[in-house]
Design a protein around this ligand. Structure first.
Ligand code: PMP
Length: 450
């Protein structure tokens, strides 16, 4: 008989949850002894694998030195060291870093920073931040307002802040019904159109995930997209915020997702891989152009921090994680093993017509399920396809997370596969084998005949 839980299960009132007792590498073990292959690294967080003793040791050592100091009064050694480490990894000219407790708070800080930047430039009405449909930026009211995930937005009772959205660069379901390159990058030019419609003086920034994460399951924009975006942002002097909460710190085979394009952002927000989930922390990495304007401006600082941002123990964990990533060359390894996993998924797709597309970079790979491969026709939401795939996979000991929507409709089913960068080839084979078993079983249970 289990003792009744006092946890209010905000993620699903009536769901039952297994208790995970411990984890090692890419595997989780519950209290019943069942093993799970974590193909999503706890939602795209863990990069170095579970159970790295040196990270726990670094956190314990820091806890014994100082548990907490407030950043408005003091700094700490791990915060200084972490900012140094990040500045070395960041794109050229991005040398200033501040910290947040997670993705939502990092994005909040970034958008307020953009507004303060515009005020310093004398553009006192520039408060809007433009984002894209098919995006997710967090759970605070401002970051939900930025988020363009249709299903998330439709389920909310609240009214949104006035942040406009432009279509996402989803070639597989092009919102303009066009094909690259004949489209002329209409999805990027939509930014200029929207700035003109809103009034250039009212816009502070544009925010986008370099590779679309949870909402799109690893949608990679077409060649030249971010270069065009950069050019439009420069034309109107609005800031380009690269939202790298998932793509930052090695997930896509480079330090940052932005490194895949020739378009340096003005601000990067990056989180999950920073501490690989060993402690809550995210970073806001700021270009000198923005930092210098703020530092030389009218204000003595900008009050965008929260109490625990830059927490010394989280910073110590993140320094130890980034040292581990460097010592084991995990970014390059993630790129290589990601290719292996992508090829294995492409082979599965050749045999399995339910899979319409395999996409992504590095260890951020998407698999989209369709009714018709030729037309990319999705299943309606009523089929509950991806939900059934996720629950069936869990029974088989494979942890997946389902995502829905094409960017223009709530229909559409896909999964974002993002295991830790330390996964081996044999473990990739096991992952793909479990996925194949799962798909076969789901097709039978839902009577899908493709
Ligand atoms: N942006 C992206 C792309 C995310 O995936 C997430 C979390 N899933 C967030 C922002 C929000 O981060 P957090 O939940 O840490 O606030």
């Amino acid at each position: 008989m289990q003792t009744p839980s006092h946890v209010l299960r905000v993620t699903g009132w009536h769901k039952t949850y297994q208790t995970i007792a411990y984890a090692q590498g890419i595997y989780l073990y519950d209290t019943q002894g069942k093993r799970y292959l974590d193909a999503i690294a706890g939602t795209h967080v863990n990069t170095i694998g579970h159970g790295c003793a040196e990270i726990g040791a670094a956190m314990a050592e820091q806890a014994q030195k100082i548990s907490f100091v407030h950043k408005a009064v003091f700094t700490s050694e791990p915060q200084e060291e972490l900012a140094r480490v990040i500045a070395q990894l960041a794109p050229s000219g991005m040398q200033r870093v501040c910290f947040a407790t997670g993705g939502s708070t990092a994005n909040e800080i970034a958008l307020q920073m953009a507004q303060y930047y515009q005020m310093e430039k004398g553009r006192t009405r520039a408060s809007k931040v433009i984002s894209r449909w098919h995006s997710y930026h967090g759970r605070t009211i401002a970051t939900l307002s930025l988020s363009g995930n249709i299903s998330v937005r439709r389920n909310l009772p609240l009214s949104h802040l006035d942040f406009p959205h432009i279509p996402a660069p989803t070639c597989y379901h092009c919102p303009f019904g066009k094909q690259y390159p004949d489209c002329g990058l209409a999805c990027a030019d939509a930014l200029a159109t929207t700035i003109e419609q809103e009034g250039p003086e009212s816009v502070a920034a544009f925010i986008a995930e370099p590779i679309i994460g949870g909402s799109g399951s690893a949608v990679v924009p077409p060649l030249g997209y971010y270069e065009r975006i950069r050019e439009i942002c420069d034309r109107y002097d609005i800031l380009f915020i690269a939202e790298e909460i998932i793509t930052g710190f090695g997930r896509t085979g480079k330090n940052f997702g932005s490194d895949h394009w020739n378009a340096i952002p003005d601000i990067i927000t990056a989180g999950k891989g920073l501490s690989s989930g060993y402690a809550p922390i995210a970073a806001i990495i700021v270009h000198d152009k923005v930092a210098d304007t703020l530092i030389n401006g009218k204000r003595q600082g900008i009050p965008t921090f929260t109490t625990y941002s830059g927490h010394p123990i989280s910073c110590a964990a993140a320094v130890a994680v980034q040292n581990y990533v460097k010592q084991h060359d995990l970014v390059a390894r993630g790129a290589l093993i990601g290719e292996y996993l992508k090829n294995a998924l492409l082979e599965l797709a050749q045999q399995e017509p339910l899979i319409g597309e395999v996409r992504g970079k590095g260890m951020m790979l998407g698999v989209e399920f369709v009714q018709d491969r030729a037309t990319h026709q999705p299943f309606p939401r009523t089929t509950k396809l991806v939900g059934t795939i996720v629950s069936t996979a869990l029974r088989h000991g494979l942890v997946l997370r389902g995502q829905v929507g094409t960017g223009t409709t709530p229909d559409g089913d896909h999964i974002l596969i993002s295991p830790p960068l330390v996964i081996t080839e044999a473990e990739c084979d096991e992952l793909v084998g479990l996925l194949a078993t799962t798909i076969a079983e789901v097709k039978l249970s839902l009577k899908i005949n493709v």
